[in-house]
Unconditional design. Structure first.
Length: 185
């Protein structure tokens, strides 16, 4: 029980770090966003970028949080928003958010914000309930040590459909999805 609690706390802290770096003007701008070097990306990761069937089966993040448990297969449609730096550096992981429930900087500040995908003015509870971390893991469940910005069309504000399983480490602090397929719109 204690180990499970420690793991949940660790996931929550990672999510909070990813989300709490919010603040207009400090992260990479739309023009400065670096792209991943496709030569460094394992072929197995590139194979995940494909069209996902079952178009009517995608659920919003909030609903997945309420209904799905660890190990459940899910399909989520969202956008890469909600954090100043939604891509976790040198890790195959990124933050997605529900654009219907999260107000981003571009909606609040128009073109004056260099990180329009950020949600720096959103309430922490709203962010927690409407964001998730998508990660690509190896056969041992460890997040792959490669960045994903630019891979398969992934970029800030891109709409994505993700199919995968709710990670065992998901808890009240963070919804974590181990991706089996990613479709970029």
């Amino acid at each position: 029980m204690i180990m499970k609690r420690i793991a949940q706390t660790r996931v929550a802290l990672i999510a909070l770090v990813a989300l709490s770096t919010a603040g207009c003007g400090k992260g990479p701008s739309r023009e400065e966003s670096p792209s991943a070097d496709a030569g460094e990306i394992p072929p197995a990761v590139l194979a995940l970028f494909r069209k996902i069937s079952g178009e009517g089966g995608a659920l919003p993040i909030r609903e997945v949080r309420e209904k799905a448990g660890a190990g459940d297969r899910v399909v989520i449609e969202a956008a890469i928003i909600g954090s100043e730096n939604p891509f976790i550096e040198r890790r195959a992981a990124f933050v997605i958010g529900d654009p219907e429930r999260i107000e981003t900087c571009d909606e609040l500040h128009a073109d004056s914000c260099p990180t329009p995908w950020d949600a720096c003015c959103e309430e922490p509870d709203t962010l927690r309930e409407n964001t998730a971390i998508v990660q690509i893991v190896d056969s041992d469940g460890r997040v792959l040590p490669v960045g994903l910005r630019g891979v398969g069309g992934l970029r800030e504000q891109a709409r994505v459909r993700v199919e995968g399983r709710v990670a065992n480490r998901s808890g009240e602090g963070a919804l974590v999805i181990n991706a089996d397929a990613i479709q970029v719109f």
